[in-house]
Design a protein around this ligand. Sequence first.
Ligand SMILES: Nc1nc2c(c(=O)[nH]1)N[C@H]1C(S)=C(S)[C@@H](COP(=O)(O)O)O[C@H]1N2
Ligand SMILES: [Mo]
Length: 330
Amino acid sequence: MIERNIKGGTGVLIKYKRNWEVKSSEITSEKMFKTRRKFLRAALSSAIAIGPSPIFGATQGKTNIVSTQSNVGKKYLANNDEPTDYQSITQYNNFYEFGTGKRDPAENASKFKTRPWAVQISGACEKPGTYGVEDLINFDQLEERIYRFRCVETWSMVVPWVGIPLSKIIDRVSPTSHAKYVSFETLHDPKQMPGQREPVLNWPYKEGLRIDEAVHPLTLLTVGLYGALLPNQNGAPLRIIIPWKYGFKSIKSIVRIHFQADMPVTSWSESNSNEYGFYSNVNPDVSHPRWSQTKERRIGEFFKRPTLLFNGYGELVADLYQGMNLERWY
Ligand SMILES: Nc1nc2c(c(=O)[nH]1)N[C@H]1C(S)=C(S)[C@@H](COP(=O)(O)O)O[C@H]1N2
Ligand SMILES: [Mo]
C-alpha cells in the first residue's frame, strides 16, 4: 500500500494498492494494461535519453502527442477496486450522439474525426479564445487516475483514466469574479453523429458545473484510458470526468467551455428536470423517480453493491456542499 496526499485537496490521505502489481488474473485487459504500461515506461526512458517521444503509439493523422510521462504512476485510486476490463469500458457506452443503445457508440463512432479539434473558451475569463487540443493540454503533465464511475442507470465501472486536472486549464484562462459556473458543450455535427438526427435530446449536449466543482482536484479533463488515447465512443478527443457525480455529468467530445454568472442549462435537466437535477451527485438516499439508487451493479460482477454517498469520494468533496439540502439540490 502506498499513501499519497491529494494535492490542493483537503489533505486527506487516500490509500491504494498498485493494481498492476497485485494480481495477475489473466484477463485480456489486464495484460493489455501491463503491456501498455511497459510501453509507457519504455517511452519514458527513451524520452529522457533523446527527448520527448510519442507515447500513445500511432495516433490519428498528424497529431503531435508526445509526453515524457513523468506522471505515470501518479494515481488517485479507487481504494482496492480492480479496474473494469477494457472491453466493457469501450463496448458498453452511453453516447447518444451515436445512438441510444449501449453498443451503438462503439459501432457508430469508429470513423468520427477527432483531429484537428478546437475548443472555444468564452465568457467570464481574461483569456478567451479558440484552442487546439494540443495547445490546451500539456501532454507532459498527463496523470493516470483510477476512478469509480457510476451511471444513474445503476451500473458502475472502475476506469483508469488519463488526463489533467481541469483546474490547470481553467487557471490558464483566468476566470473573472463573475465566473460562478462553467458550462460545456459537445460537438454538434449530425453528419458525423447520427444520433443528432433524432430529437432525443436538445442538441448539442450541454453540461455544467459550479466553478468550485470544476476546479476541484478530482475533476479531470480526460484524453485517455488504459494508458492510450480515448476511443471515440468514450468521448475523444477530450471529455470531463467527475467521479462523485452520475456519469451523465461527464460530458464527452467537448468543443466549448463557457464561464458564466448563472447556473447553466444542462441537456438532461432540460429534457426532464424532474429526473435529472443540476448537481447529480451520486447519492443513495435520493432515489431517481423511477428507481432506487441505493445499490449498483459493477460491470463484471454478479452481486449488487451498496452505492456510496458521493460515489465514495465524500471525504474529498463533502465540503463543497456544506449547508446544502441534497434532497432538494439533487
Ligand atoms: N456528449 C455526451 N456526453 C455524455 C453522454 C452522451 O450521451 N453524450 N452520456 C453520458 C452518460 S449518461 C454516461 S453514463 C457517460 C458514459 O461514459 P462512458 O461511455 O465513457 O462510460 O457519458 C456521459 N457523457
Ligand atoms: Mo449515465
